[in-house]
Design a protein around this ligand. Structure first.
Ligand SMILES: Cc1cc2nc3c(=O)[nH]c(=O)nc-3n(C[C@H](O)[C@H](O)[C@H](O)COP(=O)(O)O)c2cc1C
Length: 358
């Protein structure tokens, strides 16, 4: 019987790391570059991940891959560097090389990716089919002196081991922490994530398991934590609604900067602008535009003028144009319409928490 996640709990000792809260930015290929990690740190996540990094790429001293394991911002810690690969020795060599060139606090190992270019080559969720090889990978990485975090998916009747037995083998081999995405590899990102499968694993290995899958609301976060998970990986939910982070932290009883809780497009645009400048600087104009448009396309829902604003941003092809739109946006929105699901009915309060049922 779980007692529920303690409200306002201070710090957490999880998987060999000291963490300020249980909300963590998931590894997201093509997204979790340093500027995006810094953005979500500002919003309150206690842990970030790199994108998944190819062990083969880093062994070959591929410059792009090496850049992925560096942490240019000393405030972006604790950071998990997630590796993927098919061969235990290669993954170990990749980890050793990453340790030599990077700055991070834990090694992550991907046993969850279902995408063909990873899966077909024997990496990611393919490792669920070969428990011995997965175990050997964990044995090798757990010897390198940093905590080891493994992310996996649910297994099926076609796999050699049930999810819980596979997890037990990884823990026995030295994994410090496991995150279960409650979907099978065949599901990719479709269908509903199996919350009960995640909670069942959390009950089997208390203090060792965090959750991933369909984290789109404070309610989903609460149910994973109340059910025994030690943390929650935030992924598509915070790409759609980054301010879910401070809302959830406030609901869990953590201190949150009040200005992040009030629906304030000016503040949100300022933070986007800050991230945009860093993206431009670190990743180049093309990447900065793609990512900022992706965020803007989902934000500001419920505010008068939001649709026209999003359309105007979508057609900008240069940083100059897009940044001008963001600056204009600061005086564009009015609070006439309430944000769906975020605020109580009635007049919009001048300040105070954005409410969401928990
Ligand atoms: C764009 C994108 C990139 C992702 N990249 C990775 C990755 O590099 N490594 C990984 O373990 N999972 C990756 N994932 C999976 C997420 O970390 C997460 O487990 C998944 O999205 C389920 O959570 P959600 O349903 O709340 O989005 C990715 C997901 C998305 C949408």
């Amino acid at each position: 019987m779980t007692e529920g996640f303690p409200l306002g709990h201070a710090r957490l000792a999880v998987g060999g790391l000291d963490l300020a809260n249980p909300l963590w930015l998931a590894p997201l290929a093509g997204v979790t570059v340093p500027a995006v990690r810094a953005f979500f740190r500002r919003l309150g996540v206690a842990l970030t991940h790199t994108e998944m990094v190819s062990a083969a790429g880093i062994v070959m001293s591929n410059k792009k891959t090496e850049a992925m394991v560096a942490s240019p911002d000393g405030r972006d810690r604790p950071l998990v560097m997630q590796l993927f690969g098919d061969d235990p020795l290669l993954v170990e060599r990749g980890a050793r090389r990453a340790l030599a060139v990077g700055g991070f606090d834990a090694l992550g190992l991907n046993m969850a990716c279902p995408m063909p270019k990873v899966f077909r080559k024997g990496s990611g969720a393919r490792l669920l089919e070969v428990p011995q090889r997965a175990r050997e990978m964990v044995l090798r990485l757990s010897d390198l002196g940093l905590p080891l975090w493994v992310k996996l998916r649910k297994t099926t009747a076609l796999h050699p081991l049930a999810t819980e037995d596979f997890a037990a083998a990884l823990i026995e081999a030295g994994a410090d922490h496991l995150t279960l995405h409650g979907r099978t590899a065949a599901q990719r990102y479709e269908g509903v994530a199996d919350r009960e499968a995640v909670l069942s694993l959390a009950r089997a290995f208390p203090g060792r398991v965090s959750a991933s899958g369909d984290v789109f609301s404070v309610e989903a976060i609460r149910s994973y934590l109340d059910g025994g998970c030690v943390g929650v990986f935030l992924a598509r939910g915070i790409l759609r609604d980054p301010f879910l982070v401070p809302r959830a932290l406030a609901a869990l009883g953590y201190d949150v900067d009040e200005s992040l809780l009030v629906p304030a497009p000016e503040r949100e645009l300022d933070l986007l602008m800050e991230m945009g400048r860093a993206l431009l600087d670190q990743e180049g104009e093309r990447f900065a535009l793609v990512l900022l448009k992706r965020f803007v396309s989902c934000m500001f829902k419920g505010f008068t003028g939001a649709s026209a604003f999003r359309r105007a941003v979508a057609v900008e092809m240069t940083w100059e144009g897009l940044s001008s739109r963001l600056i204009e946006g600061r005086s564009l929105f009015r609070y006439e319409t309430l944000r769906e699901g975020c605020l109580p009915s009635g007049p919009v309060p001048p300040s105070g928490a954005r409410k969401e049922s928990v």
